[in-house]
Every structure is written in structure tokens, then in C-alpha cells.
Design a protein around this ligand. Structure first.
Ligand code: GLU
Length: 333
């Protein structure tokens, strides 16, 4: 597999991406993370790709795909490539890219980087979605790790998944937000799933194949995905691809400490839009939450290009209080 980045623009030009999953409306946490990801690329003259991550058929809602585009456009974010505008690396919808993931899986098999695993685990069912902290179970004990790729032929009709053989030791990277990070993927989940035989790829494989194929060199996402990064670095290496820079920014939480969930309607961007919230006021409030200013100024994402500073974002999770929500419509400016 060739590295498309080599043939593209200078590595110093950021190629960022917004990668929503159309499983429900985007909420305020997405708005903040996507604003940061967008600014991290645009403030350095970079490009932005919009990719729809719709591999988890059990969770995808058809109307949510257009909804995600509408929500992002309402915020004032734009993109140079995406399902609606096309681009050199189309298609930009994961369910239309299955043959690419299958080809990458063949490479991993040929390199004995993966083995067939027939353990019955709920995790296998969930692998198409990005794992959030509550999804991280105990490390896989390695029950099937003695197998090699050809052993799949002897499994007959038994359902199985392909698991990546995680080598011992920590992986480290210079996180664009968190600084030096070192995680031992053997201790966080262990050998991880890359595909379900006959069903499709896991999130980890699809995201690496796509980020590499779309020449993404800067991945900014929520801190909940930090434990996916060592797995993805291993996949980049196993496929002979260059890893992007990663930055994991603090999450949005509700006052009771829970990660914002798509099921909480009041925090959805569509709800705010329907309630008449001015997106410029929301962007201004998000900029305050990110430490770029002290007073809310109605603004568009572009207004923050010069003042964007990822280092100023407070390290603590951003607590979305009812009062803050109220201030979007009623509070003093
Ligand atoms: N589509 C994933 C999600 O919405 C994000 C994946 C990523 O940024 O790597 O959780």
C-alpha cells in the first residue's frame, strides 16, 4: 500500500478531518471538538475533510447523516472534501469504502499481524463503533492467539473475527494537546478486533485506512479516544503507513460527571437550532470555554483563526451546566 501523503502537499500543511458517526444528532461536545479540530487545521492554512463513519449498522440512523452535515454547517464549519462536495479521495462515507478495508485486512493477514478469533464476546458485536471508556473491558486473554491466519479455513461455519496481535510494550507519541503520552495497548484491551469475518471492518481498521488514504496528517478528537491511538499506531506500522499527528482534547461532561450522550436531547445542536439559538453566540461561548477570550463575542469559527491556541484549552473536562445552556438564549452578552 503506498502512502498518499508522500505525493501530496508539504507535511507542514495540516490535513485535518471531521469524522462524525451518524448515530444520532451531534451535541455540544461534538461542536466543541469539531470547532477545535477545524481551527487546528484552518489556522495553519490547512484543509479539512468531512468523513461519515457509518459502519455500525445497528446504531446508524439514515437521517443522521444529513443531520450531521447540517449541524456542522450551522456552526459555520466548512470542509474542502466530503460526501456533499466530493474530492480526490472519494467516497467519503465509510459504508462505501468496504473494499479498501478488505484489502488492508488481506495485507494484515499476509503479514501474520492478525489471527482469527472465535471467542464469543459482546465486544465483537460492538467493534464497528469507536470504543468509549465504558466500552473498554478487560484485556483479551489471548485465547486464540496461537492461531495463524490460515487457521481461519479450519473454522468452517463458525463465526469469527480478526484480532490484531499486539506486541509487548508501550507506544508513545507527542500529543498535540496532552504532550508526551505513553500507553501500553497490551494493558488496555490487548489484542484488538480489526474485522468481523463476513460482516465488515472494525472502527480501528477503517479509521486508519481512511485517514491514510485521505492524506490526513492531523487527527484532533476527544480524549475518550486516547486509548485507540496506540492501536491505530500499530495498524499504521503494520500496513507500512505513516501515522498522523494526534491531539486528544478534553471532553464535555454534564454536571453529574457523565460524558455527554447523543440521547440527551437538550444538548443536541438540532434542538438548539430549533430553539432559535444564534450559532454565533454558541461559537462565542465555546471560545470562552476554550480559554481564547473572557467575554462572549458573537462570532463565527473564522473569527478565531488568529486567536486559536490549543494550549489554552483548560485540561479539566468542560462541564455543560443548565445555566450555561440557558445563557445561549437569555444570558447577558
Ligand atoms: N466517528 C468517531 C466517533 O464519532 C470518531 C472517530 C475518530 O475521530 O477517530 O466517535
Amino acid at each position: 500500500m503506498s502512502d498518499p501523503k508522500a505525493a501530496n502537499e508539504s507535511p507542514s500543511t495540516p490535513f485535518g478531518r471531521l469524522a462524525p458517526s451518524p448515530t444520532g444528532g451531534l451535541h455540544l461536545g461534538h461542536a466543541r471538538t469539531f470547532l477545535i479540530a477545524w481551527l487546528a487545521a484552518r489556522s495553519r492554512g490547512g484543509r479539512v475533510v468531512l468523513r461519515i463513519e457509518d459502519l455500525d449498522a445497528s446504531r446508524v440512523r439514515p437521517e443522521a447523516r444529513q443531520g450531521a452535515l447540517d449541524d456542522l454547517a450551522w456552526l459555520g464549519l466548512d470542509w474542502d472534501e466530503g460526501p456533499d462536495v466530493g474530492g480526490p479521495f472519494a467516497p467519503y462515507v465509510q459504508s462505501e469504502r468496504l473494499e479498501r478495508y478488505a484489502a488492508a485486512l488481506e495485507v494484515l493477514k499476509s503479514r501474520e499481524a492478525v489471527y482469527p478469533c472465535s471467542c464469543t464476546r459482546a465486544e465483537i458485536q460492538r467493534a464497528a463503533s469507536a470504543p468509549h471508556p465504558e466500552d473498554e473491558g478487560p484485556s483479551y486473554p489471548g485465547t486464540c492467539s496461537g492461531r495463524s491466519a490460515v487457521d481461519a479455513q479450519r473454522l468452517g461455519d463458525r463465526p469469527f473475527a480478526w484480532r490484531f496481535r499486539v506486541p509487548a510494550g508501550e507506544l508513545d507519541w507527542q500529543d498535540l494537546y496532552q504532550g508526551p503520552v505513553a500507553i501500553d495497548p497490551g494493558r488496555v484491551g490487548g489484542d484488538f478486533l480489526v474485522a468481523r469475518n463476513g460482516v465488515g471492518p472494525a472502527y480501528q481498521l477503517a479509521v486508519v485506512v481512511d485517514d491514510a488514504a485521505m492524506a490526513i496528517n492531523q487527527v484532533i478528537r476527544g480524549a475518550d479516544l486516547v486509548t485507540s491511538t496506540p492501536r491505530q499506531i500499530l495498524l499504521y506500522r503494520a500496513l507500512g503507513l505513516t501515522s498522523p499527528d494526534f491531539g486528544h482534547v478534553p471532553l464535555a461532561i454534564s454536571p453529574d460527571g457523565r460524558r455527554l450522550a447523543k440521547r440527551d436531547g437538550s444538548l443536541k445542536l438540532a434542538t438548539l437550532r430549533d430553539a432559535g439559538v444564534d450559532p454565533r453566540r454558541l461559537i462565542g461561548s465555546l471560545a470562552v470555554s476554550c480559554g481564547w477570550t473572557e467575554a462572549v463575542m458573537p462570532s463565527t469559527p473564522r473569527d478565531w483563526l488568529d486567536r486559536f491556541d490549543i494550549g489554552r484549552i483548560p485540561a479539566a473536562p468542560w462541564v455543560v451546566t443548565p445555566r450555561w445552556l440557558e445563557s445561549l438564549t437569555n444570558g447577558p452578552l
